[in-house]
Design a binder for this molecule. Sequence first.
Ligand code: AMP
Ligand code: MG
Length: 401
Amino acid sequence: MLEVAAALEIVLQHARPLTPEPFPLDSQSLGQVLAAPIQSDIDSPPYTKALMDGYAVRANECTTPNTVLTVIEEIAAGQMPTKKVEAGQASRIMTGAPLPDGADAVVPHEKTTLAGTQVTLQTAPRVGEHILERGREMQRGETVLTPGTILRAQEYGLLATVGHTSVSAYPLPKVGVISTGDEIVEPDQRPGPGQIRNSNGPMLLAAAVFAGGLAQYFGRASDTRAELTALVREAFDEADIVILSGGVSAGKFDFVPEVLAELGVTTHFHKILMKPGKPLLFGTNQEKLVFGLPGNPVSSFVCFHLFIRPAIRKLRGETDWGPTFVPMPLACDFTTDNNRPTYGPAKLELTEQGISIRPLAWFGSADLRGLCGCDALVSVPAGRVSYQAGQTIPALLLNLA
Ligand code: AMP
Ligand code: MG
C-alpha cells in the first residue's frame, strides 16, 4: 500500500500555483501571497534621522557627562535643518527629523537640562546613537519583498512605504466541498432513524478557509450515481480543488471512485498506508484536483491536514506548504499499538518549563468531540511503541503556518 510520503509527493506534483493577478491592497487581499518581487523606489530613511526627541550633537566632543553646548536651532519632523552643528553647539531635534550637518548622535531630552540657550548633557553619547542613517533600512532599487511572501500587516506597511497600492498576487484557490451519504442530513435538521448530521461539510469548509482557500459548499449527494455525478460536475465548473466526503470505501453504495472515473478524472491513488484515512482517493481532472475523503470525521480531518492543506497552500503561491512535523517533547508517557502508521490528536501545553505535547484520548475515527481539544497531530509508526515523558515525537502544529 502507498505510504504517506509517496502519496504526498504525488499530490504536490499535481498541485500547481494558480496564475497571478493584480490585486488592490485592501482588506480582501490580506493573507494572499505575493507573486512578483517588490523594489523600493526610495532610500529609507530618506535622510539620516533622529530616533528620539533630544539634541543633535557631535559625539566626540561630549566624551564626559556635563558637557555644556549652545543650542542653535530647533528642527521639527518635516523640516530641514538650516544650520550646521559646529564645535560647542547642538540643535534641538524631534523624532523623525533630519539630522543637521556636523552632528552624529542624538542625546535624548530626558538626559539633558536646558538653561536659556545652554544645554547640559548628563550622558556621553556614542557616535551613531539614536540616529538612523539614510538608506539603512533599504536603498532605492533594492528588492524588499520576494515572491512567496504572505501579505500580513507588516508587509502592508512596507508596501505603503515604497508606494505600492496594488500588487501581483496569487488568487485564492476555490475549494468545493460535497458531502455524500443517504444517512446524512444537514445540521439544521433533526436526524431521523438511521440518520446523522453532516459534520464533515462545515468542518471541511472551515478547514479550507483556515488553510487560505475560498470555500464553497455544493450540497449533499445521496448514494446514487446520478446525484453524485450532478454535484461533482457543478463543483468542477467552479472549483480548483473538489473535496468529497464519504462514499470512497469498499461499501456497496460507495460510488465516488466510479463516478469520478466516468467524469474523466484520473485516479492517482486510492488507499494509503495510514490510520485513520486509509481509503483516501486522489485524482485530477486536467488542472483540477479532487480528493475523496473517508466519511468518518476524524479521518477526513487528518487527510485534510496531511494532503489537502499543503495542496491549497501550493496553489495559493506559498513556497513552504508543509506539512511540517516538528519534534516536540511529550508531556506524559505514551504507548501506542497500531497496525499502520498513525496520526492522532494532541494538545500543546505551555508551561514555565517550555512547550510540550500531550496526546489526547479519542474513541476512533468518528470522535469529533475528542478532536476539538486538539491543536496538533502526532505521528507514530506501526507496531507497539512506548515513549517516555520528555522524549520527542513528530507533531504537526495545526494553528501554525
Ligand atoms: P463512508 O466513508 O461513506 O463509508 O462513511 C463512513 C462513516 O462516516 C459513516 O459512519 C458515515 O455515516 C460517516 N459520515 C459520512 N459522511 C459524513 C458527514 N458528512 N458527516 C458526518 N459523518 C459522516
Ligand atoms: Mg457513505
